[in-house]
Design a protein around this ligand. Structure first.
Ligand SMILES: O=C(O)C(=O)C[C@H](O)[C@H](O)COP(=O)(O)O
Length: 209
């Protein structure tokens, strides 16, 4: 999973009302410089959108988010997802991720959760919900005791906050929905999404991350 986090400074989080929006949104994001896309499994057409993006947008590395049940790994893999993300993690999800052989970004929000995941071999973790659980200061505090871990903070992040996180040597990228505003998707304003992606892609992670 670490290699995927190094591909771009921002992973846009897509919650798509209609599966048909997936391809144009993905094309706009990839054109703007954000190739790694997380489609949340919160809407009925999400897996269909993943399949369409995987088939029709060659530059995209599409994965699924909001993975909360073990069965979702297999469904995601069959739809063409290249990685999976969860807001937290459970023993059943960790076993299903290992069985699926799919790169997995498990969520955590405490030091003990980070340590438990490190014990299981995870080096790349999602810090969620980042802004509600201590923000950039929390991750800065983990640098000394857990220097080998890398975090993708997500939850309440906008472009200005993204810069603050990306300055940290343990944050290769951040996740967020801000490059994909629901109003722009509804309006079919793909140019707006491409412009937001372009601005997000121009952010720079700390070279040590
Ligand atoms: O669905 C998941 O797996 C989640 O963990 C939640 C998402 O990461 C947030 O919905 C990000 O959204 P914003 O806070 O709007 O940037």
């Amino acid at each position: 999973m670490g290699e995927l986090l190094a591909l771009a400074p921002v992973i846009p989080v897509l919650t798509l009302e209609g599966a048909a929006d997936g391809v144009p949104v993905a094309r706009a994001l990839v054109a703007g410089g954000l190739p790694v896309l997380e489609v949340t499994l919160r809407t009925p057409g999400a897996l269909e959108a993943v399949r369409a993006i995987a088939d029709a947008v060659p530059g995209a590395v599409v994965g699924v988010g909001t993975v909360v049940t073990p069965a979702q790994f297999d469904a995601a893999r069959r739809a063409g997802a290249r990685f999976a993300v969860s807001p937290g993690q459970t023993p059943a999800l960790l076993s299903a991720a290992a069985d699926a052989g799919m790169p997995y970004l498990p969520g955590m929000a405490s030091v003990s959760e980070a340590m438990a995941l490190a014990e299981r071999g995870y080096r790349a973790l999602k810090f969620f919900p980042a802004e509600s659980c201590g923000g950039a200061g929390f991750l800065r505090a983990l640098l000394a005791p857990l220097p080998e871990l890398r975090f993708c903070p997500t939850g309440g992040i906008d472009s200005a906050k993204a810069e603050e996180y990306l300055a940290l040597p343990n944050v290769p990228c951040v996740g967020g929905s801000w490059p994909v505003p629901a109003a722009a998707v509804r309006a079919g304003n793909w140019d707006r999404i491409e412009a937001l992606a372009h601005a997000a892609a121009s952010l720079r992670a700390n070279p040590a991350a």
